[in-house]
Each structure stands twice: as structure tokens, then as C-alpha cells.
Design a protein around this ligand. Structure first.
Ligand SMILES: [Zn+2]
Length: 896
């Protein structure tokens, strides 16, 4: 039924109201009959739009009505508030802010016995993450029982009555904050499932979980931008400010991370809270709503068949295909263009649409062409925001329809998945994985913590063991048995894979976790496994507190750099004004303990106050407690080998770090640096906007970091300013293409080998193979072996030269001429895990991964690979921290 507000007379109203405006403006008293007629019109206008008198209804949105969105064949409970009743505008007229969406959801829960409102956690910016549970009142009264029943789906031996078992359909919207048709469609989905009369009995069998915004901070940033710049007369011009968000845009979370890569990695609170709910509910279907470029149509999965991950069962694709028929029908009915089985793949398990696939669930990706604003021109004609919202909403309804009809089959599929997993586990000759590191408890702790969040049992070693000559110490090592329901997910976390059906990847081709964490690891056969005395980790296990070995009033204190959080302690101590030094030689203590090269020595300053030594001791106790590091008190400076007072031990200056940010800089990578230094190492750093550089006093920084980027905004003046600053003895860290910018501005001379994509210009290749041939040469995310010089300050804290690096570029750096200027090089046989084109592999062999260039009294540290990728590369974070902390002590003569 069409609403009363939609009729063919809007122009008439405008004409009459203009008369009144004119009359009021000119202080003319109209005749009584005109006044009466106008009052009626006024009231009518008021109820229709809730606009304040004198405001215009926006062109192109004035006629949006709720009925436009709602599918045929449904009536709605009048007692349930419509979106406009609460928002004050119709869905699609403005971008609903996150707080407005929550307010509507709260009202729904207050008015509907079908709806439960729940806060599942908080974002970095302290926004509540919410989840609506919509089902029959009887089910709502029984949620705990229903959840525990669902856990039996992971038990192959459980006798389950699929005919009576509810299906759980979860829907997550706008993990990318600037893909706003999704979050706005969640309002309609919530209304529909809460109010549609016709689904009353279906809700006995279906539980709908709605997460309106997987990325509340980003959604808020975006909505604020587009609403701020929206004109009342909508303009679809793509050049309009409304369609062009300021850097970094609303896609990422607070630290500009792509949360749609974090489902498996769970490094951010948004994902941690969400994954906990996922594991609690085990949804059968997970709907993941996105937007793509404006000049496109609508996409729903299945994606490209050849690019499914081999661990995902074929049946998953078949069911996705079957569900897709329902979306197709819904889109056909609306006459809306769509496609499937192309463009997107389901390889990487960190997406919202693939994380479910490795757990017996069916993840479905939806991609809607974006209006990026309220209206935008496109090759398919004008694209109104409301149109994009409707497509998203209607596929939530079609998914429900599929869920209703396929319930038994889909529930059975989940139990079959786990049954099959347990069978495969039984046949696997590997029975468990063990991982650890004898020099650092923190990295193995963080990996154990990651794995455990996916409802995988992790065990701690109760005694030290050695496997094939590799020592694994208790409290620093963990065991993950394979004979558990999450067998396939465990495989996905630990396996290396070097053969592929397809050579094109939408995202990374490898994420082998123990490599990313730089841990010793191996698969165990049952025979070895029985040797280990192990105990199951509790859910709330935490990083073991460190300790201080030694008396108060020690001559000096020391700690080794190999522990993950050592830089946090060093920074804090420098910040407190203590004398912090770096030894370039091992130091042997009185009790025989040898402090490795790169250890930190801490003492009070010469002019320190009397109670300073006691305060230092107290500080170190609490730092050890918090960071897990071991601190040694040294009672005499007369140590064997180097003495504690040796001038060869460098005094460190506290790093004053600026990271360059702004248009042309990769926001994700800049965000990774920011997150690392701010969240993990408690360092106060400056995010320095590019446009401020020319006026900024750079002398307040001793380290400037240039993340991967074009730096096209910079001219000669900026280049000169950075050069002068660096030449004065400071450290410039350049990542990826920042090195190219330094080259072209004569700040450095990095030599690169020619990219193979540029080399493939031979004649006579079929046009149809273009995408395939160029795509196969992309290095989209692969793990390689490198050799690190652990006697170089860049290599301090690493006990072995063997290390893994993550590469997602085709930048190939020739080794520098000075033999000491290449602390990290690729090995002669570098591929460790993932896909690489053979021609690229040749170029990577023996190339340089990190290179130091001299610049006046300062130095440039060039890094080919991103050491902080997705906050998961704990193993290479230290290379970045070493550049920041120790760049200042690298000998000029060792640089090119
Ligand atoms: Zn997206």
C-alpha cells in the first residue's frame, strides 16, 4: 500500500507555501480564506515530512517512502515504530548516524516481544557494539538453552532433531564504514523482521542476529562527512565534495584498519567482540554487506569457483548457489541488475564471508554499487542512495526465505562439516602443533590468545621439551591438538601452501601464523605428543608477569631486547628521564648469565636526586610485571668482556617520532604504525599531516616515518626540508614507494630491478588473457625467507638470522654497494608460503629487503616489506622498532 504522503501534487504545495512565505516575509496579512487553506496545507506538509517550516525537502529524496523498500505480500504490526518515527526522516533521505541506528534498535526492542537488544562490547572510540536478536518470544525466553543445543552441531556423535532445530541467520552490515547502504538497510531489516506479520510462525524456527555496523567508528566518520556536505538539492556530480571523503575516509576503524581482514586475526576489539558472539551462536548463514565502485551493479556470492579455498568443502559452494536463487528472484522482481560467480573470491579466511565457511557455516558476500553520498551519476544512470539500500535490504529478506526453506539441510550441513573434520583429523598423521620461542614469552602468548578466540583448545606445556633438537620451554610454548572440531581452522592457521588452482588472488595467498609471529613450530606425531605434560588454557589466561632479578640499589639494570615488549620498557624509562644505553657486545654477568648483543642498560642520571635509584627500582618492577620482560640488577660495573661503563655502549635518545599522513599515503599502513606504537608500546607519536610539513618545526622529531605512498603532494620545498632535517643526524624511515619518492627527489639512490609486469610487453598475446597474465604477476601477499644480520642494530633482539617476511609488492631492491648496508636480504630459495609468479621469484632471490643509506650526518632506512602488516606480523615488528630506536646509532660508514 502506498502512503498518503506520496501523491502527484508536490509542486502545488510548493506554490502555495511560497505564497505564504512571501506573505510572512513581507509582513502582509493574507485574506482569511487563503489563510485557512494554507493552514491545512501546512499541517499536511508537516506530517508528511517532519520538516521545519521554511526548510526545503531535498530534491530526489522528498518522495522516498517506506513502501518503496518493503517487499510485496507483507503487512506490518502497527505497534512497532517505523524508522521515520524515530529517526525523523525516511531511510535513505539522510545517512543515519550510528547513534540514531542504535536509538531505533532500542525502540524496536522496547516495542516488540520478538526483539532483544544487546551490547556486545565497545570500540576504540567507546561506541557500544550492538546485536539485535529477533525470533519468537518463546525462543527469546530460551536463548541459553538454544545456544547450548547449537554447540552440539560440532559434535558428530550428538543426536540432533534437525526438523525441530532453529536455524541461525546472522547479518553484519558495513564492516567498511563508508559502504553506507548496508548500515542503512539494517534499519529496514530490523523493522521487517520485528514487524512483518507474515513471518510470525517462521520465527519459531529462525533466529535472526543483526549487527547494524561492524565498524561503528568508521560508519560514524563517514555519515558525518556525507551529511555535512549534502545539499538540499541533491547533486550527483561525482566531483562534488559530498562524494569525496577527506583522507583517510570511513572505511577503516579508529586506527584505519580494514576490519574485513581481521576476522581470523582478531587484533581489534570490534572483531574480538564479534567473534566471541559468532562462536557463542554458530550461525548457519552469515550475510556480509558491502559496497563496490559506483559504475557497477549488484553482486552476491558464489564468487569465482576456482578461487575457493581447498579447505572449504564443495557442498558449501553448492548451498551458496542454491541460496543465490532466492536473491536472484528478489532482484528479478525489482528489475535490478546483478551478477555472481565473478570478481570476488573466498580464499582468505579473514573476511566476514569466508570466516564462516571454514566452520560449517555459509558466508555470503553482497556488494552493492555505491552512491557514495545521497545521489551519484553512474554509467547505468543516476544512482540514488535509496536504490542501493533497497537492494541490500531485499537480499536480507530473500536470505530469510532461503533459510526458512533450507533449514534442515543447512543445519545438517553444519554437523556433517564437523563430522567430516573429525574424520580427517583421525586420518591425519600430524596430531598436534607445538609452537614457542625460548627468548620471548609474549609472541607465543599472543598467538595462543588468537587461536583460543576461535573456540580452539590450546594447551600449555608444564615441562620443557625438545622436538627434533628444537627446545620448547614451559610458559613460552603451547600445543594445539588437531583432533578437535575446529580441525580445519587449525590447519588454515598453521599450514603452508605453495600450490594453487588459480594464480589470481583478491587478497593475500598466505597467512601461516607461526611464521608471522616468528616462532619455532612443528607438527607432532602422537608419539612425541604423549611426552608432553600439558594443561588446558583457561579462557582468561594472560601474559605471565615478568620479574626483576636482583636487589634494590643495583649499580645498573639491564634487560634483553629479544622480548617483544622490551621497547615499551625502554621508551617508558627514557620518557622518565633515566639513562638508557645500548650494548653492541654481549655482557657476561657475575652469575654467568650472558646478556645478548643489543641489550638495554638502565641507570639513574649523574645529577639524579637521592631517591631516584629507589624510584627506578620500583619502575622496573612494575614494568616487568606489565610487559612480561625479565630485568637483571647488576651490582658491579666490572663485568667480564665489556665493562658497564664502556664508552662503546651507546647512550640512546628517546625517539620523537612523526609519521607522515595524508592524501597519497597508504592509510592502512600508516594506521598499522600508529596502532603498534600507540596501543602496544605506549609511545606518544605525532601523525604529521603532509600539508603541515612545510610550516612545521621538524627539530622536535628525531625519527620521521614515511609509510608506503606516492607523496605526490610534496614539491621541491618539502624534499629540501626533509633533506636538511635528516642530514642534521636524524633517522628517516621510508617504506615501499616512499623510497621511490626519495630517489626522484635526490634524497637517496635506491636501485630497483625492473618489475616483470612491465617486462611482459612481448607481441602476439591474446587480448582475452590480459587480466590473467598481469594478475598472475601481482604479488598480493606471500611469505618469504630472508637472512637477517643479527649483529646489525636493525637485527638486534633476533636470536637467529633466519626470518620470515611478508611481501605484497613487486618492488625488487638491488643490494647496496656497501656490504654493511643490507642488514636483511632474501635468501637464494626464498618462497616460504603462498603464491608467487616464477619470474618474480627470480627477481626476489638475493635481493635486499632493508637497506641503509647515508644522508649527511643522518641516515635513511629503506624497507621493501611492511613489517607491521595487519597488526599480525609480531615477528617483524621489531625490525621497525629497531629502525626507530637504533637508527640513531647505526655507524655512518656502514651505510651506502
Ligand atoms: Zn566492503
Amino acid at each position: 500500500m502506498r502512503g498518503i504522503c506520496e501523491n502527484n501534487e508536490p509542486l502545488h504545495f510548493v506554490g502555495e507555501l511560497s505564497k505564504l512565505n512571501f506573505a510572512l516575509y513581507h509582513n502582509i496579512l493574507p485574506n482569511p480564506s487563503f489563510m485557512k487553506k494554507t493552514l491545512h496545507l501546512l499541517l499536511f506538509f508537516f506530517f508528511c515530512s517532519l520538516s521545519v517550516f521554511g526548510q526545503k525537502s531535498p530534491t530526489g529524496t522528498a518522495d522516498i517512502q517506506l513502501d518503496y523498500y518493503l517487499p510485496e505480500g507483507f503487512t506490518y504490526n502497527e505497534k512497532i515504530p517505523k524508522p521515520k518515527d524515530i529517526l525523523g526522516f525516511e531511510v535513505g533521505e539522510w545517512n543515519a548516524g550510528y547513534d540514531q541506528v542504535i536509538r531505533y534498535f532500542e525502540k524496536l526492542a522496547e516495542s516488540s516481544p520478538r526483539v532483544k537488544f544487546e551490547i556486545i562490547g565497545y570500540t576504540y572510540e567507546k561506541r557500544p557494539q550492538i546485536m539485535l536478536t529477533i525470533t519468537s518470544p518463546a525462543n527469546l525466553a530460551n536463548l541459553d538453552k538454544l545456544k547450548s543445543e547449537r554447540q552440539k552441531l560440532r559434535d558428530p556423535n550428538a543426536k540432533l532433531d534437525f526438523g525441530n532445530m532453529p536455524l541461525v541467520m546472522a547479518a553484519g552490515y558495513s564492516v567498511h564504514g563508508n559502504e553506507a547502504s548496508a548500515i542503512n538497510s539494517s534499519i529496514l531489516a530490523a523493522y521487517h523482521f520485528a514487524a512483518a506479520n507474515e513471518i510470525e510462525s517462521d520465527l519459531d524456527n529462525i533466529i535472526v542476529l543483526i549487527d547494524p555496523a561492524l565498524n561503528p567508528d568508521g560508519s560514524n566518520r563517514y555519515a558525518s562527512w556525507v551529511n555535512t556536505h549534502r545539499s538540499y538539492n541533491l547533486n550527483g556530480d561525482p566531483n562534488d565534495r559530498e562524494h569525496n571523503e577527506a583522507w583517510p575516509g570511513g572505511r577503516g576503524n579508529h586506527y584505519w584498519f580494514d576490519l574485513n581482514r581481521d576476522w581470523l586475526l582478531v587484533q581489534h576489539p570490534e572483531s574480538q567482540n564479534r567473534v566471541a558472539k559468532f562462536q557463542e551462536w554458530l550461525p548457519n548463514i552469515y550475510l556480509d554487506y558491502h559496497e563496490m565502485g559506483t559504475n557497477n551493479t549488484f553482486f552476491f556470492q558464489p564468487g569465482i569457483p576456482s578461487r575457493d579455498h581447498p579447505l572449504t568443502p564443495k557442498k558449501n559452494m553448492e548451498l551458496t548457489e542454491k541460496i543465490a536463487q532466492y536473491h536472484a528472484k528478489a532482484m528479478d522482481e525489482m528489475g535490478s541488475l546483478y551478477h555472481s560467480r565473478e570478481s570476488f573470491d573466498e580464499y582468505y579466511f579473514g573476511y566476514g564471508s569466508t570466516y564462516p565457511d571454514i566452520q560449517g557455516s555459509i558466508g555470503i558476500l553482497f556488494e552493492q554499487a555505491s552512491s557514495r553520498g545521497h545521489l551519484q551519476e553512474s554509467i547505468y544512470g543516476p544512482l540514488p542512495f535509496s536504490f542501493t539500500i533497497r537492494n541490500q535490504f531485499r537480499t536480507s529478506v530473500s536470505s530469510f526465505e532461503a533459510a526458512k526453506n533450507m533449514r534442515g539441510e543447512i543445519n545438517k550441513f553444519m554437523q556433517d562439516f564437523y563430522s567430516e573434520s573429525m574424520k580427517e583429523a583421525a586420518l591425519d598423521t600430524d596430531k598436534a602443533y607445538i609452537f614457542g620461542n625460548i627468548d620471548d614469552a609474549a609472541r607465543s602468548f599472543h598467538l595462543a590468545e588468537l587461536i583460543q578466540q576461535h573456540q580452539i583448545d590450546v594447551y600449555a606445556l608444564n615441562q620443557d621439551i625438545s622436538v627434533n633438537g628444537v627446545p620448547f620451554e614451559k610458559e613460552k610454548s603451547y600445543i594445539v591438538p588437531l583432533n578437535q572440531p575446529q580441525y580445519k581452522l587449525i590447519k588454515a592457521i598453521f599450514e603452508t601452501r605453495n600450490t594453487f588452482q588459480d594464480s589470481l588472488f583478491y587478497d593475500v595467498s598466505a597467512w601461516t601464523m607461526p611464521m608471522a609471529f616468528n616462532l619455532d613450530y612443528t607438527a607432532l606425531s602422537s608419539k612425541i605428543m604423549n611426552l608432553a605434560d600439558v594443561s588446558l588454557l583457561e579462557d582468561d589466561f594472560s601474559l605471565k608477569a615478568g620479574m626483576l632479578i636482583g636487589e634494590e640499589n643495583a649499580y645498573t639494570y639491564a634487560f634483553e631486547w629479544g622480548e617483544y615488549y622490551a621497547p615499551k620498557a625502554a621508551y617508558h624509562l627514557m620518557d622518565q628521564g633515566y639513562l638508557v644505553r645500548l650494548t653492541h657486545e654481549p655482557i657476561t654477568l657475575a652469575d654467568g648469565k650472558v646478556l645478548k648483543r643489543g641489550s638495554i642498560l638502565v641507570s639513574v642520571q649523574r645529577d639524579a636526586a637521592d631517591d631516584s635509584a629507589r624510584k627506578l627500582h620500583t619502575s622496573l618492577l612494575s614494568l616487568a610485571d606489565e610487559t612480561g620482560i625479565t630485568v637483571y640488577g647488576i651490582n658491579s660495573g666490572y663485568t667480564s668482556g665489556v665493562n658497564i661503563g664502556s664508552p662503546s655502549i651507546d647512550v640512546l635518545k628517546k625517539p620523537e617520532v612523526a609519521v607522515l599522513v595524508g592524501t597519497g599515503v597508504a592509510s592502512g599502513e600508516a594506521g598499522e604504525m600508529w596502532h603498534l606504537l600507540d596501543q602496544r608500546f605506549d609511545m606518544a607519536i605525532t601523525l604529521l599531516p603532509l600539508e603541515r610539513l612545510s610550516n612545521a618545526d621538524l627539530s622536535r622529531y628525531n625519527v620521521i616515518v614515511m609509510p608506503n605512498g606516492s607523496y605526490a603532494e610534496f614539491g621541491k620545498a618539502e624534499a629540501e626540508k626533509i633533506k636538511t632535517w635528516a642530514s642534521a643526524g636524524n633517522t628517516l624511515i621510508a617504506r615501499g614507494n616512499a623510497m621511490t619518492w626519495l630517489n626522484s627527489n635526490e634524497l637517496a639512490t635506491f636501485t630497483f630491478k625492473k618489475d616483470t609486469i612491465a617486462q611482459t610487453q612481448e607481441t602476439g598475446k591474446p587480448y582475452a588473457d590480459f587480466t590473467e597474465n598481469t594478475g598472475a604477476r601481482m604479488t598480493s601477499g606471500t611469505i618469504f625467507n630472508v637472512k637477517l644480520d643479527i649483529t646489525h642494530p636493525i637485527g638486534y633482539g633476533y636470536a637467529k638470522p633466519e626470518l620470515f617476511t611478508f611481501r605484497n609488492s613487486n618492488q625488487f631492491l638491488e643490494p647496496g654497494k656497501n656490504p654493511y648496508s643490507n642488514p636483511m636480504v632474501y635468501t637464494a630459495n626464498p618462497l616460504a608460503s603462498g603464491y608467487v609468479h616464477p619470474e618474480n621469484l627470480d627477481l626476489i632471490k638475493n635481493s635486499s629487503a632493508i637497506q641503509i643509506k647515508k644522508l649527511g650526518q643522518g641516515r635513511v632506512i629503506g624497507m621493501v616489506d611492511n613489517p607491521n602488516f595487519r597488526a599480525i606480523w609480531y615477528g617483524t615488528n621489531k625490525l621497525f622498532l629497531n629502525a626507530i630506536f637504533f637508527g640513531q646509532v647505526i655507524e655512518g660508514g656502514t651505510a651506502d
